[in-house]
Design a protein around this ligand. Structure first.
Ligand SMILES: [Zn+2]
Ligand SMILES: [Zn+2]
Length: 233
């Protein structure tokens, strides 16, 4: 199945207002994706609306968030059930620094319903580091039943290699996100303890604009999906 497991809705201040639940899901359908995940910065609050829209369209969904650890590393938490993100949201709330968002500077943080009507605004700035280490973020994702994918691992900003210098050998992550197939070799060349075959590699868009959502080019087998997230409904 064709997937894109990293994109931001209009709840993320850095994403465009056009990234509404309906626009995201309809664009994914137009691009003939089979499976998506919406992964806002440090929040799961757009997911109930995305869930309703995706299920009405018959689009498969993983329920996600992009956490930022205290080391400023981005890690995706991807869950097979919406309900699993409720305790994660409580955990996030308990680890947020509580800095108010300045809309005019960072952008709006809007929460919508399944009709793309604004039903709320997140008051605290979402693009912040949580008071939890990368290891604690991975542990929380696992505790609530999700899979942890280290985001854009070779990026200059907020990647594990930029912030820590390397991908730690003993960190129990479930997958690595790269931007292109050639980045895989760069990761392998610099990390002799990472083996191509025992690693789940993901290529996602990290879309903040509708147009940037992936085309149907990156594929995941049903077997890999089941290994990571169990049998789907
Ligand atoms: Zn990121
Ligand atoms: Zn992102």
């Amino acid at each position: 199945m064709f997937y894109d497991l990293h994109m931001h809705s209009c709840l993320s201040p850095c994403a465009e207002d056009e990234m509404t639940p309906n626009n995201i899901c309809n664009m994914a359908m137009l691009k003939e994706l089979d499976l998506i995940a919406v992964t806002d910065h440090n929040s799961c609050r757009q997911l109930p609306a995305v869930d309703k829209v995706a299920s009405a369209l018959g689009l498969r969904l993983l329920y996600g968030a992009e956490l930022e650890s205290s080391e400023e590393v981005h890690v995706l938490g991807l869950f097979p059930k919406l309900e699993q993100t409720y305790p994660l949201q409580e955990w996030i709330d308990a680890h947020m620094p509580g800095i108010p968002n300045d809309e005019s500077y960072f952008g709006k943080q809007e929460i919508m319903n399944e009709m793309d009507e604004i039903i709320g605004t997140e008051k605290n700035l979402l693009i912040v580091s949580l008071s939890a280490t990368l290891e604690e973020c991975v542990d929380a994702i696992h505790r609530f039943g999700g899979r942890a994918v280290l985001a854009h691992v070779l990026d200059r900003a907020n990647s594990v290699t930029q912030q820590l210098g390397f991908i730690p050998m003993d960190l129990p992550y479930d997958g690595l996100e790269i931007k292109s197939a050639d980045q895989k070799q760069r990761v392998l060349d610099t990390h002799p303890w990472i083996h191509e075959e025992d690693t789940h590699w993901f290529i996602d868009s990290d879309a903040h604009h509708l147009i940037d959502i992936s085309e149907a080019v990156n594929e995941m087998s049903e077997a890999v999906f089941e290994e990571l997230w169990g049998k789907s409904l």
